[in-house]
Design a protein around this ligand. Structure first.
Ligand code: CUA
Length: 418
């Protein structure tokens, strides 16, 4: 009975695997779908081989078993060696099975590698770079103006790759330090990101959605928590997101003055940065929705009418912390300051992301506090903890040795009249 129950439970457990956020069997795009087909092709070939071999084994075991004690003590049957017909047949069947698996495998690898000819014209391009332990995404087609007349640069975000749904996206893969691997189980992957070598793949999300990504090549002690997200949006929503992200923080100087009525999209995002994080604030958003795309959209929402004005003193305190302590040594807030380190995530509009710490934690006040005050406990070995150039990230403390997460996040508000 216990065995029967276990057997009955299998489909339930397996069903859970099928629909998990990192399931390769519940696909949402053509590349992952081709890989799923390949998986099932291989599975069925091996199932047939397993059934054949197991049947012969079972037959021999039952047919030639010892039936009596006399059988057990009998002389062994006549021994023979070699049967060319059987051996050639088995070799031939093995080769056939391997060919049946190898041809679609090679086709699948080539298909994963680049956008098919038919979709190339409308393809969107981004660059993904792997770091220990986070992902940087550059949008070469979307330039932003750097502050202090420093020229223009591609739009850069960290750990949340926003793409247009229903459109092929070619992703150039790079690595900053060691080998990583880009993998979004429901969309595409895995292709290695190799230092000093260009690699690429493509993907397409059939419909708007929120997808989990994961580094798939061991890259150091926090490899397992090197995650990211892919958010696929309809064309108009994608364009609106780009527009918001392109605004430099200094465009929203009104926020420093506590102006609650600024209608510029970027200002709304920055207000969101300031206001949005505590999800349980009355009259604001509810707790996490079951649908992560809903949560993501909430993170982009404008500050609601009637909410209290931004606290200019709090923002100033946050800015001072960010710039006078150690964050600014590495991190950039575009339009506000340029951090010095190429290996640190760009924190421009950080509050519009649903996750922090490389896709590991939900972007809540409590998690932000935890991440800043105990980075090594969250993601062992990361550079926030070790510090760079004699600076140590974990020394970020307010003067009274406490750190109010709102103080910190408020620095994503603009420099007044920068
Ligand atoms: Cu990066 Cu594993």
């Amino acid at each position: 009975a216990a065995r029967a129950a276990a057997l009955l439970a299998l489909p339930v457990i397996f069903g859970g695997w099928l629909s998990g956020p990192q399931s390769t069997l519940d696909t949402e795009g053509p590349v992952a779908e081709s890989q799923r087909h390949l998986f099932y092709t291989t599975l069925w070939v091996t199932v047939v081989i397993f059934v054949l071999v197991a049947s012969v084994l079972a037959y021999a075991t039952i047919k030639f078993r010892a039936r009596t004690s006399a059988d057990e003590h009998a002389e062994p049957p006549p021994q023979s060696h070699g049967n060319p017909l059987v051996e050639l047949t088995l070799i031939g069947l093995s080769v056939a099975a391997l060919v049946v698996i190898a041809i679609p495998t090679l086709r699948g690898i080539m298909y994963t590698y680049d956008v098919p000819e038919a979709e190339r014209a409308g393809a969107y391009e981004v660059t993904a770079t792997g770091f220990q332990w986070w992902f940087k995404f550059d949008y070469p087609a979307e330039e932003v103006e750097l502050p202090n007349n420093a020229g223009r640069a591609p739009l850069t975000v960290a750990n949340e790759l926003v793409i247009p749904a229903g459109r092929a996206v070619r992703i150039d893969l790079r690595a900053y330090d060691v080998i990583h691997s880009f993998w979004v189980p429901k969309l595409a992957g895995k292709v290695d990101m190799i230092p000093n070598r260009g690699n690429h793949l493509w993907l397409k999300a059939d419909r708007p959605g929120y997808y989990w990504g994961q580094c798939a090549e061991f890259c150091g002690e926090s490899h397992a928590v090197m995650r990211f997200r892919v958010i696929a949006l309809a064309a108009d929503e994608f364009a609106a997101w780009l527009e918001n992200q392109k605004h430099n923080a200094r465009d929203t100087a009104a926020q420093s003055a506590g102006d609650n009525n600024d209608t510029a999209p970027a200002a709304r995002v920055q207000f969101a940065a300031y206001e949005k994080i505590p999800r349980n604030t009355p009259g604001w958003s509810a707790d996490f929705d079951a649908d992560p795309l809903v949560n993501w959209r909430r993170q982009q929402e404008p500050r609601p009418a009637g909410s209290p004005p931004a606290d200019a003193a709090l923002i100033a305190r946050g800015r001072a912390l960010f710039t006078e302590k150690t964050c600014i040594t590495c991190h950039t807030i575009r339009g506000h300051h340029i951090g010095g380190a190429p290996f640190a995530p760009d924190l421009t509009h950080v509050a519009t992301r649903t996750t922090i710490a490389g896709g590991l934690l939900e972007n809540t006040g409590a998690n932000l506090h935890r991440w800043i005050t105990d980075p090594d406990g969250v993601k062992p070995g990361n550079k926030m903890w070790r510090g760079v150039g004699g600076m140590s990230g974990y020394t970020v403390r307010d003067d009274d040795n406490t750190l109010d997460w709102r103080t910190h996040i408020a620095v994503t508000a603009p420099e007044a009249a920068a």
